[in-house]
Design a protein around this ligand. Sequence first.
Ligand SMILES: Nc1ncnc2c1ncn2[C@@H]1O[C@H](COP(=O)(O)OP(=O)(O)OP(=O)(O)O)[C@@H](O)[C@H]1O
Length: 219
Amino acid sequence: MSIINVDNVKLNGSDGKAILKGISFAVEEGDFLGVLGPSGAGKSSLFKLLNRLLTPTSGEIYYRGKNIKEYDPIKLRREIGYVLQKPYLFGQKVLEDLTYPFRLRQEKPDMELIYKYLIHANLKEEILFQKPTSLSGGEAQRISLIRSLLVRPKVLLLDEITSALDSENTRAILNLIRKEKEEKGLTILAITHNLEAFNFQKVLYLSEGQVEYFGEGKN
Ligand SMILES: Nc1ncnc2c1ncn2[C@@H]1O[C@H](COP(=O)(O)OP(=O)(O)OP(=O)(O)O)[C@@H](O)[C@H]1O
């Protein structure tokens, strides 16, 4: 069974304009899928639908064979994590952001795991005691990604998370993602313009709200 099934999904904007015009595709567990296409093609709208931040005008979306309408949205969002281009950190200290996923589950924070992620992301322990506002864009993006991973999602939606980063930070982020994918079999859908760095197995190419290509990554 595919982990995600998108079946003839249409989405109209608040002005009635067709944003997605009947798209269908399936994502298999463990896929690393690039969601590509020109600006305005409907990529971010698709992610919002998968996360139930938007509802399709028609068509259905299934997660593990069950219509996403039947999931509690909060539970669904823990399974399908969403990382945005602009990281949003809310703690007084970075530590608060990274212990938040444990508080959600009413668990004691696993500091060993937090340290492990920091090392994988090429960050120092001291960052835990910094204010989020004092971080560089690349540091904040890595902390935001680690926080999402600590929620233990099964699927991650990444929306242009490396677009503001230099090549070194991009590499650090991608190492973290690949490690997680190898260790946990995480399924990843990523919107990016940096095709070379991501090196996708599969690609969904959207154009004007339609699927223009869905298949193997062309490298
Ligand atoms: N709520 C809305 N009402 C009307 N139109 C909308 C709404 N949200 C998005 N759009 C329009 O839908 C189209 C697709 O937007 P979307 O953000 O999904 O594209 P995208 O492929 O992610 O583009 P980009 O790469 O620039 O982020 C755009 O033309 C956008 O202006």
